[in-house]
Design a protein around this ligand. Structure first.
Ligand SMILES: Nc1ncnc2c1ncn2[C@@H]1O[C@H](COP(=O)(O)OP(=O)(O)OP(=O)(O)O)[C@@H](O)[C@H]1O
Ligand SMILES: [Mg+2]
Length: 346
């Protein structure tokens, strides 16, 4: 395989800055997005994700630095940039008094697309987004999820080389969220370059080839989800979840006494979470000692699993703060213990 050529980078962001008065919303940000990649900007409220997207989409002028999309400068060649991009913005942009199809027609015309092209592409995207049967209904009657589908179809009408999705599943029900994520994965398979923002770790992890973690306008880390997670697991920590019959206080004490065991959290009457720092014998030795200690105390292991770090742990390690609570996302019960464990390794 040949090395990656610079022209493969369809987005080049170089030292980008945006100030609002004396507040710096985007603080010298630099990154590149490869052709065909799904690139995520992950960060808490107010991190500067949308401001970055708006600058890349030519909607907001940078205070400093440069950005190029498909080779065009977002300030000096804004109209060429716009030809190559589609944007699904944070706020829905639809006219309630127009039907789904009329909305698409209107936006297609604003983009100077010929009527026939608009109709063909509207057919295509409405079908792919499973909205064909609703095309002649007023947008005002649609659920948020249906509106978002039309919004996505609208962004795709000019067959963009780069699709920007700003929090594409925010506020959607789980079923719609799943189908939108699946749709994004389909676009990815077709080779579209996608840049999305999210504050949901699971979303970043599921969809993105690479993730930039943004905090206070700065990109504090940039890697694949796996690479980011190695940031917190590379020091070799091992977290085990155990379900044990006959779990007793003395058993917990004996486990606690093992040299590798750093701490133990009780999860319930029969389960616990054990944080260990493997020694020379590695994880295998920790496992066998743990198992032996439990057996010696007459316990039986019903379930044993290792707990993987999450991007939340990465964020916590990098910033010392937790991200916004993700009530809408499925999270492991009592993940807080693991969070605290992550703080200790800083
Ligand atoms: N037009 C503006 N005028 C003044 N401040 C602004 C403006 N737009 C954004 N900001 C500020 O810049 C910071 C970054 O905002 P931005 O919308 O980019 O964050 P975000 O990462 O998208 O957050 P969220 O997850 O809430 O969407 C925030 O503190 C915000 O208040
Ligand atoms: Mg935002």
């Amino acid at each position: 395989m040949m090395g990656r050529e610079p022209q493969d980078d369809v987005i080049v962001v170089d030292d980008l800055v945006r100030e609002f008065g004396d507040f710096t919303a985007v603080d010298h940000m630099s990154f590149r997005v490869h052709e065909g990649e799904v690139f995520g900007l992950l960060g808490p409220n107010g991190a500067g994700k949308s401001t970055t997207i708006r600058m890349l989409c030519t909607l907001l002028r940078p205070t400093g630095g440069h950005a190029r999309i498909a080779g065009y400068d977002v300030v000096r060649q804004a109209s060429q940039v716009r030809q190559h991009i589609g944007l699904v913005a944070e706020k829905l942009i639809l006219y309630d008094r127009l039907t789904a199809r009329e909305n698409l027609r209107l936006f297609g015309k604003l983009n100077h697309l010929p009527e026939q092209v608009i109709d063909e592409r509207a057919d295509y995207w409405l079908d792919r987004l499973q909205m064909t049967r609703w095309q002649d209904h007023l947008a005002g009657t649609f659920s948020t999820g249906m509106k978002q589908r039309i919004n996505i179809a609208r962004a795709l009408l000019n067959m963009p080389r780069v699709l920007f999705l700003d929090e594409p599943t925010l506020g959607l029900d789980p079923q719609t969220t799943r189908s939108i994520r699946e749709f994004i994965m389909e676009l990815h398979k077709q080779g579209m370059t996608i840049i999305l923002t999210t504050h949901m770790m699971a979303e970043a992890e599921m969809l993105c080839d690479r993730v930039g973690i943004v905090d206070h306008g700065k990109m504090v880390a940039l890697d694949t989800p796996g690479g980011l997670k190695r940031l917190v697991s590379d020091n070799g920590r091992l977290v085990l979840e155990l379900e044990i019959s006959n779990l007793s206080e003395s058993m917990v004490r004996d486990l606690q006494a093992l040299p590798e065991v750093a701490s133990i959290d009780h999860e319930s009457a029969t389960s616990l979470r054990l944080h260990a720092q493997p020694g020379e014998g590695g994880s295998t030795e920790v496992l066998s000692r743990v198992i032996a200690a439990i057996h010696a105390d007459g316990g039986r292991i019903l379930r044993l699993s290792t707990v993987e770090p999450t991007l939340e742990d990465v964020f916590l390690k990098l910033t010392g703060r937790a991200m916004r609570d993700e009530a809408s996302e499925k999270v492991a019960p009592r993940r807080g213990h693991w969070r605290r464990a992550a703080t200790r390794v800083r």
